[in-house]
Design a protein around this ligand. Structure first.
Ligand SMILES: *Cc1c(COP(=O)(O)O)cnc(C)c1O
Length: 368
């Protein structure tokens, strides 16, 4: 038996929709599934508009360039995230500014933002890490006082809510990823949601080579080909039709892990604020006395028992090519990343599988 960290859930519905798209010959970036996926995903996020794109990284890049962010501009983001968050900003020619996280939610700490604001700051980019929403009211308040744009990186949090409101509906825009290991997938794919009609039209225009609407094959600025295909959108429509069950299963997995591991001292699973609905992209396990070395030994032990895990993201400030960034003190990030791993989190897992996995965890935790 081997339990991977992640695995997409593909049913007959996905097969039917994809087959329909392929048979229709609308296999490229025009076709009915694209409009349907965009409008259904936007309404799922309680946002007015959705713009589908090739992946979550270009969703971030397009959001930045469409709002005029470029060289000389600074973008504030948490130090703990997947590196695509910072890379998209670098691709736009702007500069990431890394701030510390809150230990409870693992998301950017709003109390640490204002000290990092300079005259060059243009954007705050919160990340809803591992499915927990960032503290959006606090972030929106800081942004409006300093006249900053907010771009939510919601790649890991489809369907999560803060204060009853879905992620993807808070910021000036928000970005999602549909990579194979995310809460819902299109293979590769992404989406930008927004309530701003002007921005919506600009995103669509830049996504498609910045081609004039009035005059075909006439271009007045550098555009991009960041489109998704009708085949991918068909897969997305099927996943969206199943989203309640996909999300419900992740909550169920959390409950199973929690009851199997309760009462063990010195460990904790995902923590969720009372104002939040967690979408549990990945089950998180933190062990208080872990450092990087003990964590890696623990993960190796689990692997030998057939359980795949992965470490929390490294602080982006540790990446050699990001050492050029303004150095910031992020003590919570620097300590937390060493303590945490992610456990197998996918639709097909059964309660008996969770028993096998948690037995392996208990066995290795007690061998010191
Ligand atoms: C997955 C992810 C992305 C990038 O999405 P891709 O579709 O892989 O390009 C960006 N930000 C975060 C936080 C992610 O987890």
């Amino acid at each position: 038996m081997f339990f991977p960290i992640s695995k997409p859930s593909i049913t007959q519905l996905e097969i039917d929709y994809v087959t329909d798209a392929v048979k229709s010959t609308w296999i490229s970036s025009l076709g009915p599934y694209i409009d349907r996926f965009e409008s259904e995903f936007a309404s799922f996020c309680e946002a007015r508009f959705g713009v589908s794109v090739a992946n979550g990284t270009v969703a971030l890049h397009l959001s930045l360039v469409a709002q005029g962010i470029g060289p000389g501009d600074e973008v504030i983001m948490p130090n703990l995230s997947f590196v695509a968050t910072a890379n998209a900003v670098l691709h736009a020619g702007a500069t990431p500014v890394l701030v510390d996280i809150e230990p409870f939610t693992l998301c950017m700490d709003p109390k640490k933002i204002e000290a990092s604001i300079t005259p060059r700051t243009r954007v705050i980019m919160p990340v809803h890490l591992y499915g927990h929403p960032a503290d959006m009211p606090a972030i929106m308040d800081i942004a409006s006082r300093h006249r900053l744009i907010v771009i939510e990186d919601a790649a890991e949090a489809h369907g999560a809510r803060a204060y009853g409101r879905r992620v993807g509906s808070w910021g000036h825009c928000a970005t999602f990823s549909f990579y194979g290991n995310k809460n819902m997938t299109t293979g590769e794919g992404g989406m930008i949601t927004t309530n701003d009609e002007t921005l919506y039209h600009r995103l669509r225009y830049l996504r498609d080579h910045a081609m004039s609407k009035e005059k075909r094959y006439w271009h007045t600025e550098v555009g991009y080909n960041y489109r998704i295909t009708n085949i991918q959108a068909a897969l997305g429509c099927a996943q969206l039709a199943r989203i309640d069950s996909l999300m419900g299963k992740r909550r169920q997995l959390y409950t199973w892990y929690q009851s199997a591991l309760q009462g063990i001292s010195g460990i904790s699973l995902n923590r969720t604020q009372s104002w939040a609905e967690n979408s549990y992209w990945l089950i998180c396990l933190e062990v208080e006395d872990f450092d990087e070395q003990r964590r890696d030994a623990f993960m190796l032990g689990l692997k030998q028992l057939g359980v795949d895990t992965r470490p929390y993201f490294y602080p982006m400030s540790l990446m050699p090519y990001l050492q050029i960034l303004r150095q910031v003190d992020t003590p919570v990030t620097n300590k937390t990343y060493q303590r945490g791993i992610n456990l197998p989190t996918y639709f097909d897992l059964l309660e008996s599988d969770i028993t096998v996995i948690t037995d392996a965890i208990k066995k290795h935790l007690y061998v010191k």
